[in-house]
Ligand binder design. Structure first.
Ligand SMILES: O=P(O)(O)OC[C@H]1O[C@](O)(CO)[C@@H](O)[C@@H]1O
Length: 402
């Protein structure tokens, strides 16, 4: 399978573009939200003031020589980008750098009383405790009587559309999540199921995105795959630190598991299945430092590459992970997904609702219909979704048409 010739990297410096609005408006809104969520003292308030100025008008700054992650960020390009405007470096890089600097500003890295306090914890917990979560869990009861295949498809779609529950996205979408458009813009779900046959002995890697109302359906899908014997083990990759407001960390996984086991009805059975899979080692949680890194997965480190190479399939959730999977570039939409992900070390599936400009693997007619209907708004509105699979990545099996 040929690799696709690279398209230009997405930057944030085009006034009026979606990336520009994230840097100029969403990041200041996130700083405001963090100030409202927890009573940070004067020292932290001043650091947040400085970050607000830096991220809107300043330049990328190097870290002090004793910063715990100085070397890691140097390897990720910090020395190359230091001194440049936040708007002129790759957008993907600039956003990750923002979250790292936000954690520094609120004292997350310590030492001090704010060490390891998640600045997004209050909004994540509010979502987990919301009545909507109860309603979604109650819906599992009626699913129990359905045939296994139907249940599997419903849980796959639950995990896919759960990606709309993204708190950072809702900050700029004006609070409410816009109504979903029916149908998927690309749907390789049959190929995905073919990689996960009953009596499978392999490992599923799921690279999670958001906590709360996205992580719960991700966990339900994992529970189903384990219980139905489609995989023997599952590895859930989450972020080592708070990131992109609602991204799941190990603490969020524990909160979600406790929420499931405490729920009434079928949800509790899923919770117990996951609880025992965790205690006997069939379900493990990983928080690799690269998961909060500012780079595409094509640049993943060797240990992560080896781990994903050993998986039966890696399911990559959400918009940001999609950007990292395909490289955050201006691909012509029909560029084949298989070409762009040919570097991936094993079979890979993307489950994503569309919340940023990047897209590949889109049928020309589908693109034309979307443009006729919505201009370019379909790319970022969060109302469309896709399931794309490259079953041949990592050299596994014969390529399509081989
Ligand atoms: O939670 P997700 O699906 O990764 O979405 C993250 C959002 O943040 C963005 O990176 C913009 O900040 C977009 O990609 C997307 O709207």
């Amino acid at each position: 399978m040929p690799d696709a010739a690279p398209a230009p990297v997405i930057l944030g410096n085009e006034t009026g573009s979606f990336p520009y609005s994230v840097l100029a408006e969403r990041h200041p809104a996130i700083i405001r939200q963090v100030r409202e969520s927890l009573p940070y003292g004067p020292h932290r308030q001043r650091a947040l003031d400085a970050l607000l100025t830096s991220c809107t008008k300043g330049v990328i700054e190097s870290f002090p020589s004793d910063a715990h992650d100085r070397d890691r960020w140097a390897a990720w390009g910090l020395d190359r980008y230091a001194g440049q405007s936040w708007f002129d470096v790759p957008w993907l890089w600039s956003e990750s750098y923002f979250y790292r600097q936000l954690l520094e500003a609120v004292g997350y890295f310590g030492p001090g009383p704010e060490q390891a306090i998640d600045p997004f914890g209050p909004v994540k917990l509010a979502e987990l405790d919301a009545p909507e979560t109860d309603e979604e869990l109650a819906a599992l009861d009626s699913l129990e009587s359905r045939p296994a295949d139907e249940r599997a498809q419903a849980l796959l779609h639950g995990s896919l559309w759960g990606n709309r529950a993204d708190l950072g996205f809702r900050l700029s979408a004006g609070g409410d999540t816009p109504a979903a458009a029916p149908g998927l813009v690309a749907d390789d779900s049959e190929t995905l199921w073919s990689l996960l046959p009953p009596s499978g002995t392999g490992t599923l890697c799921l690279i999670a995105d958001n906590a709360g109302r996205e992580l719960i359906p991700d966990l339900l899908l994992i529970a189903h795959l384990l219980a139905e014997g489609r995989v023997e083990r599952a590895v859930l990759h989450v972020k080592p630190d708070p990131y992109y407001v609602s991204d799941a960390t190990p603490a969020d996984v524990l909160d979600a598991l406790r929420r499931l086991t405490a729920a009434p009805g079928a949800a509790a059975a899923y919770g117990r299945c996951l609880w025992s899979a965790t205690t006997d080692g069939r379900l493990t949680v990983r928080a690799h430092p690269f998961s909060c890194g500012p780079l595409p997965y094509a640049e993943m480190p060797d240990d992560l590459r080896a781990e994903l190479a050993a998986a039966t399939v890696t399911v990559v959730k959400g918009d940001l992970n999609y950007r990292r999977l395909v490289g955050d570039r201006h691909w012509p939409p029909p560029t084949p997904f298989a070409d762009v992900t040919a570097y991936f070390p094993g079979p890979v599936a993307a489950l994503r609702t569309l919340k940023s400009d990047v897209i590949c693997g889109l049928d020309i007619d589908t693109e034309a219909a979307l443009v006729a209907e919505e201009g370019q708004g379909w790319r970022t509105g969060g109302t469309h979704a896709l399931i794309q699979v490259n079953a041949w990545a990592g050299g596994g099996g014969r390529g399509p048409g081989a």
